[in-house]
Design a binder for this molecule. Structure first.
Ligand SMILES: [Mg+2]
Length: 180
């Protein structure tokens, strides 16, 4: 799938609305970041290996909810590699994963201010701006973490699309567990 078509594809997959959607999308991006942390933790503790595709699946989940949130409040968010600039890969995986998680925390920090929002009103401009900034930053961290596994934004999107289209065909969009 072309990167530019991804936000529209995400929109078709969303099954919640209004306030439930705000909460699902934002809690979702935080939870999925936690899943990446768990994988990295196990790598350190037990040397439990995972494939590049496994990590790309989790990064794709974070990306999905990030883009869903951007769609909900109608702000575009750059998904291109170039957005990352020329930061080197010398930073460690642990550091980049931790910074990705703390950026997700910034998005979660906005949630209390969204809890009274209802979907027939426009969200205050300063809040939209704040969300846009945090989500833009989170996406850059997704790209940075992916680079440790030689994965690109295009790879993450392709894997996410395969995974969710597969679930849709099997009727397993709702529910939990990675393998469904
Ligand atoms: Mg996941």
């Amino acid at each position: 799938m072309e990167i530019k078509d991804y936000p529209g594809w995400v929109e078709e997959k969303i099954i919640t609305e209004g306030q439930a959607r705000v909460q699902e999308n934002i809690l979702g991006l935080g939870g999925e970041c936690g899943e990446v942390l768990e994988k990295v933790k196990k790598l350190i503790r037990d040397d439990t290996r995972f494939t590049n595709e496994d990590i790309a699946k989790e990064l794709g989940d974070i990306l999905f909810y990030s883009v869903a949130t951007a769609n909900l409040f109608n702000f575009g968010t750059p998904l291109y590699e170039e957005a990352r600039g020329d930061t080197s890969i010398k930073d460690t995986l642990v550091m980049d994963t931790a910074l990705m998680f703390s950026t997700a925390g910034k998005v979660l920090g906005v949630l209390p201010q969204l809890i009274t929002w209802d979907d027939d009103e426009d969200l205050a401009e300063d809040l939209v701006h704040k969300l846009q900034e945090c989500i833009g930053e989170l996406i850059l961290w997704i790209i940075q973490v992916a680079r440790h596994f030689d994965m690109t934004m295009q790879d993450i999107i392709d894997i996410n699309v395969d995974k969710l289209d597969g679930r849709e065909q099997r009727g397993t969009i709702r529910g939990s567990g990675d393998e469904r």
